[in-house]
Design a protein around this ligand. Structure first.
Ligand SMILES: O=C(CO)[C@H](O)[C@H](O)COP(=O)(O)O
Length: 232
């Protein structure tokens, strides 16, 4: 029996899978919500002969998709991605968000930037009036990461190097590490994003601004939030 949050994740994932059409190149995000989406896509491939090519954002999702018989292509082997479905850790009313709780933010951003349409699938707990509630992941090269931590501390960004279950610095699929910034709020996300991108040793940050076109919130009734409507 799934708890309420899992039910919402499943509902959002399965709804998003119903939007995928024959012939599409589909970006496959990462995380527990995307897992439901990919499961349902796999069912559609097996039962309906749905003909799609997936572009994955992590080794975990690639493994799941392969096991389900979903054809995959490298991001560089396709002209563009028709639709990417991904999860999010926090979403604000303008459909900006924080991603990277699952440490896949770099490939997620590369795939999102090469997609015509980006949909995020979330449970209700991910919606916030302002970003910052969820720690902001920053992917960094390991060489000099303590120097970056000191710099972030100096700027009151409350950095904590993310550890794996063995207590060692967590390594991403790209061999980098993650520093989480524990911020109460992010009043100026654009400025923070630019500042982070300018720091040597930062590979990517988890602020996804003006990326998402639609958010699907799972529940007894599915809510679909659209960027155009959010802007008005
Ligand atoms: O950004 C991500 C991974 O890097 C995930 O999409 C995000 O963490 C949401 O995960 P979940 O669906 O498990 O709540």
């Amino acid at each position: 029996m799934l708890d309420k949050i899992q039910q919402q994740k499943k509902a959002a994932g399965e709804y998003a899978a119903s939007l995928v059409e024959n012939g599409m190149v589909v970006g496959l995000g990462t995380g527990s919500t995307v897992r439901y989406f990919v499961d349902r896509l796999g069912e559609r491939v097996a039962n309906e002969g749905l003909d799609i090519v997936g572009v994955t954002t992590s080794n975990r999702t690639a493994h799941q998709a392969r096991c389900l018989g979903i054809s995959l292509a490298d991001v560089d082997a396709v002209d563009y991605i028709d639709l990417t479905v991904d999860g999010a850790d926090a979403v604000d009313p303008q459909l900006n968000g924080i991603k990277g709780g699952g440490a896949a933010l770099l490939y997620e951003k590369v795939v999102a930037k090469n997609s015509k349409r980006n949909i995020w699938i979330v449970d209700g707990s991910k919606q916030h009036a302002e970003l910052g509630h969820f720690p902001l992941p920053v992917e960094v090269v390991s060489y000099g990461e303590q120097q970056l931590c000191r710099l972030f501390k100096k700027h009151n960004l409350n950095p904590i190097l993310r550890l794996d279950e063995d207590g060692r610095p967590l390594t991403t699929d790209n061999g980098n590490n993650i520093i989480d910034l524990h911020l109460e709020t992010i009043p100026f996300p654009e400025e923070l994003a630019t500042w982070l991108s300018n720091q040597v040793g930062v590979v990517e940050h988890g602020l996804f601004l003006n990326v998402c076109d639609e958010v699907i919130v799972g529940g007894d009734e599915i809510q679909v939030l659209k960027r155009e409507a959010a802007k008005n």
